[in-house]
Design a protein around this ligand. Structure first.
Ligand code: ZN
Length: 407
């Protein structure tokens, strides 16, 4: 079986690194004779990579390394990923494929707003655009005035951005009344989970087709997958990686079509190969063949991080679902917090949300609406509590909306 051979050779190569010598100590690769054997191998997690700081992941001699990137840890030690010349080239090839899937050509002018530097974002967008033969405009983030001026004067046709920055640009363009001077046709948006509401606003205000690009610094960077026209799901470039979807609690593989955590094994990476790397991104394999004709398997738009997922009285709660359901209720802002407590032998879920409705009878009505809608969508009756705008503490990590006080 071809995949198994590729995986085994990836493992053999990974074991040249100090990290995998230790992580897979005592494992004899020759005993891996089937995919069932492979999935018994331990996962690799971000914490493990931190322990390998600075260059413990390096699996080739120094003279073959041409570049490093680093993922910004929210806490403490960063993770450093060394790249060989071939890794850098492979990444650009995958990124070029992403642009092509989005219908970009060498005539496009690609306006790149993600940051350049240790982070993999900007430089990945750049390398792929150059390989495509398009005109890359390496803006980096910030300075909205200049962004819009260049966009108009250079007639940028593709905007690359995070969803929040794309929204900000869309709003500024609207505010300045320069929409008719903008030539954008497509937006390539870096993977974060983002609601349908936001997507529609960006697409509508900029008048562009939107494409979700997937990636993470540990596995090359952005550009390892993208959606094709008119499809929510993202094709993954599985000639470069092997993907699994696991139950984040048990580590068991879930059937196609079921939500779980994406796990990636690199098949061709030289500098820092990773075996069964837990991305903590929640998604599912979309079964069947895609209308576009490409055979690359598809994963659904990310629905959140496995670290954020909680189970209360048998119902699984993803923050993205709560975002979406609150967005449909008028008078409820996007700021909310969920507290889960265990009282008198029972799990209690309290949902605090901000509202511009005056606290009193009207807000009590709103609380009832939120409770019923939550029960309808999530399958669990919460206790909803309305608070005034700006009353919930703002956290730096925007994803920290769920506080589980049960354990
Ligand atoms: Zn497709």
């Amino acid at each position: 079986m071809q995949t198994l051979d590729q995986i085994k050779s990836a493992i053999r190569h990974a074991m040249n690194s100090d990290f995998y010598k230790k992580h897979f100590a005592g494992i004899n690769i020759e005993y891996i004779k089937s995919m069932d054997d492979f999935v018994k191998l331990p996962f690799t997690d971000k914490e493990d990579l931190r322990d390998a700081y600075p260059l413990g992941l390096q699996a080739v001699p120094d003279e073959e390394i041409v570049r490093i990137h680093s993922s910004s840890g929210t806490t403490g030690t960063p993770v450093i990923i060394p790249y060989t010349k071939k890794d850098v080239e492979d990444w650009a090839l995958m990124f070029k494929r992403c642009y092509e899937t989005a219908g970009c050509t060498s005539l496009d002018r690609i306006h790149i707003t993600p940051g350049y530097g240790l982070w993999t974002a900007g430089i990945g967008f750049q390398a792929g655009a150059e390989l495509l033969g398009a005109l890359a405009i390496p803006m980096g983030p910030g300075n909205t005035d200049k962004q819009i001026k260049m966009m108009i004067d250079l007639k940028s046709t593709v905007i690359c951005a995070t969803s929040s920055y794309a929204l900000l640009l869309a709003e500024e363009i609207e505010k300045r009344g320069v929409r008719d001077k903008i030539h954008l046709k497509k937006g390539v948006i870096g993977s974060e989970r983002w609601g349908e509401k936001m997507r529609k606003r960006i697409a509508g205000e900029l008048g562009v087709e939107l494409y979700d690009i997937y990636g993470l610094t540990e596995i090359y960077g952005p550009g390892i997958g993208i959606n094709c026209p008119n499809q929510d799901a993202m094709h993954m470039w599985t000639d470069y990686m092997y993907i699994e979807i696991i139950d984040p609690k048990t580590g068991e593989i879930v059937p196609d079509g079921e939500t779980g955590e994406l796990v990636i094994t690199t098949l061709k990476k030289e500098g820092a190969p990773l075996i069964r790397y837990r991305t903590h991104d929640l998604t599912k394999i979309v079964p069947g063949k895609c209308e576009c004709g490409m055979d690359y398997p598809r994963i659904a738009t990310l629905i959140g991080r496995s670290d954020d997922m909680v189970k209360v009285r048998g119902s699984i709660i993803y923050p993205s679902r709560v975002d979406e359901l609150l967005a449909t209720i008028e008078g409820v802002s996007s700021e909310y917090q969920i507290m889960i407590d265990h009282l008198n032998g029972k799990d209690i879920l309290t949902l605090f949300f901000e509202t511009n409705v005056k606290i009193g009878d009207a807000s009590h009505e709103l609380e009832k609406t939120v409770e019923n809608e939550f029960k309808h969508v999530i399958g669990l009756m919460p206790k909803a509590k309305a608070v005034g705008m700006g009353e919930l503490p703002r956290s730096e990590k925007k994803s920290t909306r769920v506080f589980d006080n049960r354990y």
